[in-house]
Design a protein around this ligand. Structure first.
Ligand SMILES: Nc1ncnc2c1ncn2[C@@H]1O[C@H](COP(=O)(O)OP(=O)(O)OP(=O)(O)O)[C@@H](O)[C@H]1O
Ligand SMILES: [Mg+2]
Length: 493
């Protein structure tokens, strides 16, 4: 006789079902075929040669040592550069199931470790749930946006994630709901992140970070031509003969309708134009369409952005600085102004701590070299200085503005204009040495986009020059500098 269903009864039934349906032994047969993997990566993504090479090496090692416990691969870079979609391609090239878990959506420990079976509606953690759904125990799990975890997370995200991700711990992962260990060591975890700073150190330590720096305009054009237009055309059910994009139209979209390091908005705008054309074709207005810049203006309205511009004329106290923000590299205009006062400095423009300190250091440095720079002592005693970094309400920080700040102040007080086609990046010491910085790739891509001709970088970064995109190396004059004196020689008119 079937006993009457009680709440306890249904809890036990759900538990047993979960246990029965978990893929304790089932595995997708892994086919590590490097040629095929390479084909799939190239089919879905343009460029990104270094990242692809890194991924293929990773796969090659897996082929040689299938049960080897490699580090967790972490793809980091600004939005829309293809991190998530690379993860998908990796799963496909391995012939494994693909699971995406958004780390930003995890709000407490239970979602990782599972609830204890003490009440109705308790559940296993996300990973166990997803494994049950996927039906294999060796899928690729993409832990998307690991940098977004944490802010309002209840419990300790780092230790919970470590238990899950660390190859030394996760072969006996105990979900509190299951209460028996489940072997996660065959799962291939890949993490993605926009920024590395917010990732807890013990976690970052176990990851192997590969960075995707964002695309130059030429790369974007190629991606749009070869991938995005076709993808959108197919998604809207149009035939090849029905829509043709001119290069000029795509350039207009890139330059005037999007401002981003990746290509997500570009894809969206291409989609919007394609959709409009599809509608016109269905309504019978046209049979096919050639997309020109004019057609874009008609369908999307007036231009949204002007080119991320450099400073337009050479003035004392006005400098192009280079910064790295969450959306990629950016050109920051730094403006310094002097007026009668008593030697105070005022800073505005949403500057963070580090940047404020950079200004102070730069100010001391200029003061100490006043004589050599031809600045009168009076200039410090009888003037206030105001340093402003406009560009909207974006908080700006990062230890790479020192050189630019120094140049702005030195130029202002010695009344010599700064070349408007020069951009600078680097930190400076009180002895006047230029210190190396990170993210040179992103910064130089931004400089090129803004129409800068010469970029001054700290000599310590000269080693990174060969890694810069070819276009950047060809079109920008990149000058490594050692000291502030060299900087002024190049930057001042
Ligand atoms: N190199 C590329 N070649 C072809 N398509 C690309 C390339 N890079 C990105 N894309 C396309 O751009 C879109 C956005 O990429 P994706 O969603 O992977 O970005 P993401 O790096 O994960 O961004 P986020 O950090 O915002 O999550 C996808 O449709 C992807 O296919
Ligand atoms: Mg993503």
């Amino acid at each position: 006789m079937i006993p009457p269903a009680s709440p306890e009864h249904s809890v036990i039934v759900t538990y047993l079902e979960t246990l029965a349906e978990l893929p304790w032994e089932t595995m997708s047969e892994e086919t590590v075929d490097l040629k095929k993997a390479c084909q799939i990566l190239n089919r879905d993504h343009h460029g990104l040669d270094q990242v692809k090479k890194r991924i293929l090496e990773y796969l090659a090692v897996r082929k040689l040592k299938p049960d080897g416990q490699g580090a967790i691969l972490c793809l980091s870079g600004p939005p829309g550069v293809g991190k998530t979609s690379l993860g998908k391609s990796i799963a496909e090239s391995l012939g494994r199931e693909f699971i995406r878990i958004s780390a930003g959506g995890l709000s407490d420990e239970y979602e990782i470790r599972g609830h204890r079976r003490t009440y109705i509606g308790s559940m296993p953690g996300r990973v166990i749930q997803e494994l049950r759904r996927a039906g294999t125990r060796n899928p690729v799990i993409l832990l998307d946006e690991v940098d977004k975890i944490g802010a309002d997370f209840r419990g300790d995200p780092a230790s919970a994630l470590l238990e899950l991700l660390d190859p030394n711990q996760n072969s006996t992962f105990v979900d509190r709901y299951l209460d028996v260990p489940f072997d996660l060591s065959q799962v291939l975890f890949i993490a993605t992140a926009n920024q590395l700073d917010p990732i807890p150190a013990p976690l970052l330590d176990r990851m192997e970070v590969t960075s995707l720096p964002g695309y130059t305009e030429t790369e974007k054009l190629n991606i749009a031509k070869k991938y995005l237009t076709t993808k959108q055309r197919e998604a809207h059910g149009l035939k090849k003969s029905q829509i043709k994009w001119t290069d000029h139209a795509l350039e207009t979209l890139i330059e005037h309708y999007t401002r981003e390091a990746g290509v997500r908005n570009l894809e969206r705008e291409i989609g919007a134009v394609t959709r409009g054309i599809a509608a016109s074709i269905v309504e019978g207005d046209i049979e096919s369409s050639k997309v020109t810049p004019k057609a874009i203006e008609k369908r999307l309205g007036p231009k949204q952005y002007e080119r991320d511009a450099k400073v337009s004329e050479s003035l004392p106290g006005v400098v192009n600085g280079l910064a790295y923000t969450a959306v990629g590299g950016d050109v920051l205009h730094i403006e310094a102004l002097a007026y009668p006062g008593s030697g105070r400095i005022k800073l505005t423009g949403q500057l963070g701590y580090v940047m404020k300190e950079s200004v102070e250091a730069a100010h001391s440095l200029v003061r100490s070299r006043a004589k050599a720079l031809g600045i009168k002592k009076r200039a410090f005693r009888e003037q206030d200085i105001h340093v402003h970094v406009p560009a909207g309400a974006i908080p700006k920080d990062g230890p790479s503005a020192g050189i630019a700040m120094f140049t702005a102040l030195a130029s202002l007080l010695s009344d010599r204009p700064v070349r408007h086609d020069v951009a600078l990046t680097g930190e400076v010491t009180l002895r006047g040495l230029a210190l190396p910085i990170g993210c040179l790739k992103e910064k130089t891509i931004a400089a090129l986009r803004a129409g800068v001709k010469t970029v001054l970088i700290p000599a310590g970064n000269a080693k990174d020059i060969p890694d810069l995109p070819e276009e950047v190396r060809e079109r920008l004059e990149i000058v490594p500098v050692r000291t502030v004196d060299e900087i002024l020689k190049h930057a001042l008119e």
